[in-house]
Write a protein that binds this ligand. Structure first.
Ligand SMILES: [Zn+2]
Ligand SMILES: [Zn+2]
Length: 125
């Protein structure tokens, strides 16, 4: 089994890999994630920053400081959200599940900020 996750942005300019394991994964419904992703949530795999390697297009990645400690990395060509990190936890990085190839196979254990989870999400069933 591959010991890395692989991912890329929509335009293909940025390609990265990240060394397993995934410590945990999450759907974050905070309003900042909703704005940045233009979606109900930001979905992330929390991993070791030391194992995150940008293989192509590092110059295309822009980081936005969304809070005092939060940094949100995206491709400046296509806008794909690539990762979230906190300067308070410099050893970790949260990689967006939607940019992984192939599709993320692991469970998503956590839902964060469910108090701002949008009512327009399907409720299943
Ligand atoms: Zn791109
Ligand atoms: Zn969030």
């Amino acid at each position: 089994m591959d010991s890395q996750l692989h991912g890329s942005c929509l335009c293909g300019g940025v390609r990265y890999k990240a060394a397993l394991p995934v410590f945990h994964s999450s759907h974050c419904y905070c309003t900042m994630c909703q704005k940045q992703h233009g979606a109900a949530a930001g979905s992330y795999a929390n991993m070791a920053r030391a194992g995150f390697v940008v293989q192509q297009g590092a110059e295309l990645i822009t980081e936005y400081a969304s809070s005092a400690e939060g940094r949100r990395g995206f491709c400046r060509v296509c806008g794909s959200t690539l990762f979230w990190r906190s300067t308070a936890s410099p050893d970790r990085i949260a990689i967006t599940l939607g940019t992984l190839e192939p599709e993320y196979a692991g469970p998503v254990e956590r839902e964060l900020y469910i108090d701002t989870k949008p009512a327009w999400l399907p409720h299943g069933g």
